[in-house]
Design a protein around this ligand. Sequence first.
Ligand SMILES: Nc1ncnc2c1ncn2[C@@H]1O[C@H](COP(=O)(O)OP(=O)(O)OP(=O)(O)O)[C@@H](O)[C@H]1O
Length: 385
Amino acid sequence: MLDEALFQALAEVYDPELRKPITELGMVESAQVQGSLAQVSILLTIEGCPLRSTIETEVRQAALGLDGIEQVEVSVGFMSPEQRSALRSSLGHTKTNPFAVKESLTRVFAVVSGKGGVGKSSMTANLAAAFAAQGLSVGIVDADVHGFSIPGLMGITQPPTRMDDMILPPVVEVPSSASPVSDGTAETHGFVKVISIGMFIEGNQPVAWRGPMLHRALEQFLTDVHFGDLDVLLLDLPPGTGDIAISMAQLLPHAELLLVSTPQHAAVEVAERAGTLSLQTEQKVAGVIENMAAMRMPDGSLLEIFGSGGGEQLSDRLTDTLEYEVPLLGSIPLETNVRTGGDEGMPIVWGAPETEAAQTISHIAEELAHRGRGLAGRPLPLNFS
Ligand SMILES: Nc1ncnc2c1ncn2[C@@H]1O[C@H](COP(=O)(O)OP(=O)(O)OP(=O)(O)O)[C@@H](O)[C@H]1O
């Protein structure tokens, strides 16, 4: 039984993981009004759904927003396997990799580095935060098997939800204070969905996987995880040119590479190797991000802990080798805020947007979003037959 006005009010309640109104997802079993009492029966996707209290609270608030409603009773049930299966088909989840198809509208960026510790994961988290602050729908696949850190950097503690053979990734929304483009509705509010190898490992165990297992894990992330429609997908890969970089190229041939390096000249050579791998994989290098550049001291002077000029040098060398322009997208200074934001699970782009590091990263995200894919480095569909 459905009361039309109450049902309409419940259409304002979004499932936090699926990012759609609960009324569209078949989650409202009944909605009735008797005098000043609203009675709503909702069906959650799975028992033990971690978002139960969030959804219940929002249902209550939506019903109380109706004229004349003073009391709300919410009863909670769970979908049957048939209802879940109907929901999966309505979401179009087909257990195929949606990002590999040519028609996919999602921009895919693989964030890579020659060596570890240069801030690749911090850049991935902050770029995702910056894209989301522009109102975009963003996903991150944290495939840095040996150093998975994205959930911590994004402040995510809840696990993914398993819905039979479909996995729903945890979501973080842009805080309202960092969401200039949002008018407050769920449709305009950017978000970041995250899936990480770390979410499938017990405790703090090391991951001793060989190439084929890594390939399978990445493939499963792309096929079993339901990201929904994304504007941007970012991948955090392990440093270097190992197995997973090759798997990524096979599974995501349209991914563009973002190469992170420090300004140190000695680091350029090793970063260049990661960039030139793109010649073999036929992927495009979208640009270089120099991280850990000169730190501004309290007296205003600059301290070049890792030297200077490496980003520029890397961009020049790759432009020569790859024979298309590989721009230096920006140079992010060493700033304590970057580290503390990471430790607190609040990317500086959201938590301290006024800092130079945050502004540079936001600028890079804006430029990437507006620049379009371009054709350089991508095989042209020529037919010589
Ligand atoms: N611009 C910056 N200013 C200050 N600290 C930074 C900056 N960028 C990164 N860091 C810090 O440097 C450390 C390494 O960064 P991060 O984990 O992002 O590197 P990584 O390249 O992903 O490492 P790995 O691939 O080895 O896991 C972290 O403690 C991070 O907070």
